[in-house]
Design a protein around this ligand. Structure first.
Ligand code: ADP
Ligand code: MG
Length: 259
């Protein structure tokens, strides 16, 4: 069976896209699924989080998208069995410009993934904080939809209408199956009214898409990347780890209940 492919998108930076993609990926692998994490962000944060130095890469997503290097040649193993990564480095920023001149420029990632979709249960695409061509490529490849992380902070929903508008355009022209597969609340601080307000607002806007699991603000989650580790390796008993474990269980229940 072909992999279920999800993009993690929100044009706001720092809302937890990478943290969610990486740690959800780790717990899906821990639950016995084979997972490919595609680092579709020139910042290479997902690559770093998985213990790979973006500066030492011989082949990265840039080569896959622009030079048609087979993605199999770029994929690296991580120290977690079942979790592989297609890493990115800073040259991916140039890809955004170079892509603009290519035919079928929105479908480069979708096409690049085709040879490996039968090898994985899940492919998670970590998009950059913009609505540019890299993100459009991620959304076009996302056969099973987009996961939107929303940070529990002031103006959390600001800009989401622009993202939803982009989703609608991609759905019309490039990927008819594109849907909002989930909305994840991140960096929740139970001590503030603000966090609770954001939860209520998101529940009102996305009653069916919101995940019941809410990821708390947890310092272990922010420390793990500097050790090149997922939260499952770094601090499996932390509140952040328990949240991503619960999110993975809820994710599997939601995604595997339907064909
Ligand atoms: P994005 O990919 O959307 O830009 P990140 O996942 O990189 O966002 O998160 C932004 C920053 O916040 C990172 O330094 C990350 O370690 C930190 N972070 C993410 N989620 C949490 C959390 N639940 N608690 C504490 N820090 C977090
Ligand atoms: Mg990121």
């Amino acid at each position: 069976m072909a992999a279920r492919i999800f993009a993690f998108a929100n044009q706001k930076g720092g809302v937890g896209k990478t943290t969610t993609a990486v740690n959800l990926g780790a717990y899906l692998a821990n639950a016995g699924r084979s997972v490919l994490l595609v680092d579709n962000d020139p910042q290479g944060n997902a690559t770093t989080c998985l213990g790979i130095n973006p500066r030492g890469l011989k082949i990265s997503l840039y080569d896959v998208l622009i030079n048609r290097t087979p993605i199999q040649d770029a994929i690296a193993l991580t120290d977690r069995v079942g979790l592989d990564v297609a890493p990115a480095s800073v040259d991916l920023a140039g890809a955004e410009v170079e892509m603009a001149g290519l035919l079928a420029r929105e479908q480069l990632l979708s096409r690049a993934l085709a040879p490996v979709t039968h090898k994985y249960d899940y492919i998670l695409i970590d998009d950059p904080p913009s609505l540019g061509l890299l993100t459009i490529n991620g959304l076009t490849a996302a056969s099973h939809g987009v996961i939107i992380p929303v940070q529990c902070e002031y103006l959390a929903l600001e800009g989401l209408s622009m993202l939803l508008d982009t989703l609608r355009q991609v759905r019309e022209v490039l990927n008819a199956r594109l849907q909002v597969a989930g909305v994840v609340l991140t960096m929740y601080d139970g001590r503030t009214n603000l966090s609770q307000q954001v939860v209520a607002e998101v529940q009102a806007h996305f009653p069916n898409e919101i995940f019941q699991t809410i990821v708390p603000r947890n310092v272990r989650l922010s420390e793990a990347p500097s050790y090149g580790q997922t939260i499952l390796s770094y601090a499996p008993a932390s509140a952040g780890a328990l949240a991503y474990q619960a999110l993975a269980a809820e994710f599997l229940q939601r995604m595997e209940a339907k064909p």
